[in-house]
Design a protein around this ligand. Structure first.
Ligand SMILES: Nc1ncnc2c1ncn2[C@@H]1O[C@H](COP(=O)(O)OP(=O)(O)OP(=O)(O)O)[C@@H](O)[C@H]1O
Ligand SMILES: [Mg+2]
Length: 260
């Protein structure tokens, strides 16, 4: 299973928007996909409730603690064992043990940032926390940032955001426009890739670098690198042969040497 953590302690930066769109994208590609929603407001889970049953299914798990800042409990965060892609929608203000736990379990960390001086400052602090509190340096996750809700690419605040994101020691993948298309798809339980391309062409194009970056580091379809998969296949073939043999009594018996 590959785990994509979408996180920024700053509220409203686009975590749920990225989570739901990534989940819809991978579900459409045929991956068994799940979302864990850590937001007490359950925005991703509400999106899933609105999702038409005719579309590729996405499993929903509620990771939000009932009260306080309890860290991840495996029962609350239950996802099916055969999940291939898990997208984690982190809550605003995630810190402490929860942050550590989320980082430790992630293969990828995607950080959306909105173009505003307050968001830039809060994100700078959050990235420090990610390393100091979350242990991101020693964790195995690959990290990247995304600008979200961009209105005017010529504005001084966008230029400041671009400069900030480019200065970080992690890839700055793309800038997503502030667009009605996200609002519309969110309300209907859809991802932008599930709307007509005529409606969502620009948004899809802007979103693709995130998916390309993830895909570039994705092992093959079942979350196992191809060489590992080969070994597993080999192993399961031997096991199947062994079982077939013993079940029918044809498993070759040990023939002691007759002293030749
Ligand atoms: N690119 C975008 N264009 C237009 N609206 C957007 C875009 N990204 C997010 N939004 C809207 O902005 C609001 C906040 O986004 P979202 O819920 O994804 O942020 P969040 O980081 O999950 O917030 P929270 O911290 O409260 O969980 C939502 O109403 C969402 O639909
Ligand atoms: Mg959210």
């Amino acid at each position: 299973m590959l785990t994509i953590l979408v996180i920024n302690s700053k509220g409203g930066s686009g975590k749920t928007t990225l989570t739901t769109n990534l989940a819809a994208y991978y579900a459409n590609r045929g991956f068994r996909t799940a979302i864990i929603d850590y937001d007490p407001q359950s925005s991703s889970l509400h999106w899933l409730q609105a999702r038409p049953a005719t579309l590729p299914a996405i499993h929903a798990a509620n990771g939000a603690p009932a009260k306080g800042n309890a860290h991840l409990s495996s029962r609350q965060g239950w996802v099916p064992l055969d999940t291939e892609v898990l997208v984690v929608d982190a809550p605003a203000g995630a810190g402490g043990l929860l942050l550590k736990d989320l980082v430790r379990k992630a293969n990828f960390i995607v950080i959306p940032v909105a173009p505003s001086p307050i968001d830039i400052r809060a994100t700078a602090d959050f990235i420090k926390d990610l390393f100091l509190v979350g242990g991101a340096r020693t964790a195995n996750a690959r990290m990247a940032v995304v600008a979200n809700r961009v209105r005017n690419r010529g504005s001084s605040v966008y230029i400041a955001l671009e400069r900030f994101l480019a200065s970080l020691k992690m890839p700055f993948l793309t800038s997503l426009s502030d667009s009605e298309v996200y609002l519309r798809s969110a309300g209907e339980g859809l991802g932008i890739f599930e709307l007509d391309e005529l409606v969502s062409g620009r948004e899809r194009q802007e979103f693709m670098p995130i998916v390309r970056w993830l895909d570039g580091h994705f092992p093959n379809r079942f979350g196992v690198r191809s060489e590992d998969k080969q070994a597993i296949l080999e192993g399961s073939r031997k096991w199947a042969a062994f079982r077939a043999g013993s079940a029918t009594g044809r498993f070759p018996a040990f023939q002691p040497s007759l002293g030749k």
